[in-house]
Design a protein around this ligand. Structure first.
Ligand SMILES: NC(=O)c1ccc[n+]([C@@H]2O[C@H](COP(=O)([O-])OP(=O)(O)OC[C@H]3O[C@@H](n4cnc5c(N)ncnc54)[C@H](O)[C@@H]3O)[C@@H](O)[C@H]2O)c1
Length: 359
């Protein structure tokens, strides 16, 4: 299903800056100070540019609802709860994840530069959005990184391998590698076979899902996105059977249990709100085998991997992040596609806080 988001038949294309300005205005009207509105809007627009529409401006109407319900609190900042030098525990205080994540990654970069590595554990952040953004922030500081994420309480969506209902969260993993003189390599995947937002996008477009992604509320395979949102709700499969299921379980522990932010549990204190927890590991190549060796070896590995003859005629080996780079280039040029249902929902959210939709 990845990148079916690019189908734009029933939609419109909006230039990046125009979309950013509009979304920023909505967040300001919903109570965010100008910096926060800009940071949240930029993160969402950047997700659309990367092709991850499920984590793009489609989130505006949910975020506005959450703010109105007090589930996300504007203008909150990350606070350091424990500090052991290379290890930090940060509380997000239920603020926007885009702000909390950015502040926590700034701390991670400082500590990794000072100590050679850093471990930053974040709890109680609002939705951290596209997790690849955090690997990109660290890669821009010259650091390699790995990120484990879970969602406590609300956001339980995935059936464990062998199970037939929702027990685990989508629990994304991201990793980033800085590339000397080039774009960073960014792996950014949910441990569910598909991200929940992509099911929402498919439903908004009135399309069917590919087979093998979800089961309905009775545990039967289905391609109907509406069956996933019915009552009782369906569940998403983990990717790769027991392997994705096992990684997802460990993400729950490393992101949720370790931080004090809770693993997926309908009885958690955060059950009614979407809370992301994240464990971020940042590494300064200079402190390990050396920056020059790292840069050269990544270059060797990249060339070696890419040189594999395509398995299909006209195909190519893509490295982590390359598909997003390609989509970013196209969308910077042609505008960001948004289906009409999604745009109508964003417009309604904007109007509910007094921001008129652009023509
Ligand atoms: N905040 C949250 O709680 C949360 C939860 C789930 C997902 N997400 C986000 O949802 C987004 C989508 O996740 P997803 O699992 O649907 O992503 P996806 O299936 O599109 O996979 C994306 C990753 O796979 C790589 N990739 C894609 N096609 C490739 C190919 N043909 N060859 C080689 N590599 C390829 C991409 O470069 C990227 O690293 C991510 O940004 C993720 O962080 C967030």
């Amino acid at each position: 299903l990845a990148h079916t988001d690019e189908k734009t038949d029933a939609g419109i294309r909006i230039p990046r800056d125009r979309l950013q300005g509009y979304v920023e205005a909505i967040f300001r009207a919903a109570g965010s100070d100008p910096d926060e509105a800009r940071i949240v809007a930029a993160h969402l627009v950047e997700a659309n540019l990367a092709g991850h529409d499920s984590h793009g401006v489609m989130r505006v109407y949910k975020y506005v609802d959450w703010v109105k319900a007090g589930q996300v609190v504007p203008n909150r900042h990350a606070t350091v709860v424990a500090d052991r030098g290379a290890m930090l525990l940060v509380d997000g205080n239920f603020g926007y994840g885009q702000v909390i994540g950015r502040e926590a990654m700034t701390l991670a970069a400082e500590r990794a530069k000072a100590n050679g590595f850093a471990v930053v554990s974040i709890r109680n952040a609002g939705h951290l959005g596209r997790i690849g953004a955090w690997a990109e922030q660290l890669a821009a500081a010259g650091l390699a990184s790995f990120h484990f994420v879970n969602t406590s309480g609300f956001g339980i969506l995935v059936a464990p391998h062998g199970g037939s209902d929702r027990r685990l969260s989508a629990n994304p993993l991201a990793a980033g590698v800085p590339v000397a003189g080039g774009k960073p390599l960014i792996l950014d995947i949910a441990t569910s076979v598909v991200a929940e937002g992509k099911i929402q996008v498919t439903k908004n477009k009135g399309e069917q899902l590919a087979p093998g992604l979800v089961i309905d509320g009775a545990g039967r395979p289905t391609t109907d996105p509406a069956a996933f949102y019915a009552s009782p709700p369906g569940a998403i499969f983990p990717f790769g059977g027991h392997k994705g299921s096992g990684l997802s379980f460990m993400s729950e522990v490393l992101a949720g249990s370790l931080s004090g932010g809770w693993a997926s549990n309908p009885a958690s204190p955060t059950a009614g709100r979407l809370v992301n927890n994240m464990l971020s590991l940042a590494f300064d190549p200079a402190a390990f085998g050396g920056s020059d060796f790292f840069a050269e070896d990544v270059k060797r590995l990249t060339g070696w991997t890419r040189a594999s003859p395509p398995i299909e005629p006209g195909g190519a080996v893509l490295l982590p992040g390359e598909l997003e780079d390609k989509t970013r280039t196209e969308r910077e040029r042609d505008g960001i596609p948004i289906d009409r249902e999604t745009f109508a929902r964003i417009a309604a959210a904007g109007e509910s806080v007094g921001v008129a939709a652009p023509k």
